[in-house]
Design a protein around this ligand. Sequence first.
Ligand SMILES: C[S@@+](CC[C@H](N)C(=O)[O-])C[C@H]1O[C@@H](n2cnc3c(N)ncnc32)[C@H](O)[C@@H]1O
Length: 351
Amino acid sequence: MEKQTIEHDQVKEYYGKILTSSQDLQTDACCTEDNIPQHIKNALVDVHDEVMLRYYGCGLVAPELLKGMRILDLGSGSGRDCYVLSRLVGENGYVVGVDMTSEQLEVANKYINYHTQKYGYSKPNIEFKHGYIERLDELGFEDNSFDIIVSNCVINLSPDKEAVLREAYRVLKPGGEIYFSDVYADRRVPEALVKDPLLYGECLGGALYWNDFLNLAKKMGFIDPRLVKDRPLNIDNEKIQELMGTIRSFSATYRLFKLPKLENHCENYGQAVIYKGTIPYHEDILKLDKHHLIEAGKVFLVCGNTYQMLHETRFAPHFEFIGNWKTHYGIFEGCGTNLPFEENEDSSGCC
Ligand SMILES: C[S@@+](CC[C@H](N)C(=O)[O-])C[C@H]1O[C@@H](n2cnc3c(N)ncnc32)[C@H](O)[C@@H]1O
C-alpha cells in the first residue's frame, strides 16, 4: 500500500473539514442504542461537550472488565470513547488513541487535563497519537503490548483492512481482544460506489461484505469472530439511498480474541462453565456474544472455542470450568453461515 492513499486524503477531508458535528452525517450510523448501561451513561456525562459533538461512532465499544487494562483505540477521532475508557480503566489503566486527522486530534488533545481533573487522577492515563492504523509499527507500538483494542466506525474507512487487522493482532497480548463496532454490507459494494467520496466518508462505500470480513479476520489470526450486537442502518438522504440501491448496510459490534489455538469451527468436547456472577455491572448475566448469554450460577454448555475465550482470558477468575480436552464429541450445534445480522430495527435512537 502507498504510504498515503486517495482514501486517506478523502477521509481526512471529510472528518477534518466537511463535518463539524455528528448532526452533519447523512445516515443514522452514529446513532447509539437507547439501552446504554448506566455505568457508561455515568461516564459519558463527564465527557466534554466539544468532544461529544464530534462523535462519529456507530456502536458501544466498552467491553467488560476494564479496570487496569491497557487499551488502544483505532481511529479515536475527538476522543469520546477514549475518555469513557480512561474513566473505566481507572488511574492504573492506560488508553492510547490513534487518528490520522489533525482536526480530530486537536479536539481530543485539548481536553486531556480537563478529564484528568474531572476523574480526580494525579496524572493523565491517556494519550493521543497522530498516525495510521495500518502502520502501528511507525508509532512504536510493540508486539503483545495491549490488553484490549477498540475501534468505532473506522476500519471500513481504511484502504488496507488486512493491514489493520494484522497490526491489531500483532500488538494485542495473547488472550486479548479487539472489540469494535463498524459498518458492513450484505454483499460486496461495487467498485464505482467504493470510489464515491460521499459514500466512502459516510462509512458505506468502504464497508466490507460481512462474509469477506469474517474470512479476512480468520486469515489474520482471529479464528472465531464473535458478533455481539447489530442493527440495520437507516439512510436519511435520497441521493445516497438511490446510489446504494438494494444494498443493505448494518452496524455491528464484533469481538475477536487473540487465541491461536481456537479452531475453525465450534467443536464439542463436552465442556461447560459456571459464571460466578462477579463481573462488575454484569452480575446476573454475562453476554459474551449474541449467542452466549451466560446466567450466573447455571451450568452452561460450551464449545471448545468458547471455553478458551473464558479460560485463557481476563474472564477466567469469574468462572468455574467443567471438563477437559480428552474426548471430542463432534461438532457443537449452532455454527451458522447465514446473514448474521437482524434485518428489522430494534431499539435504537439518535445520538
Ligand atoms: C467515523 S469517525 C469515528 C471517530 C471515533 N471513533 C468516534 O467514534 O467518534 C472515523 C475516524 O477514523 C479516523 N481514521 C479513518 N481512517 C484512518 C486511518 N487509516 N488511520 C488513522 N485514522 C483513521 C478518521 O480520521 C476519523 O477521525
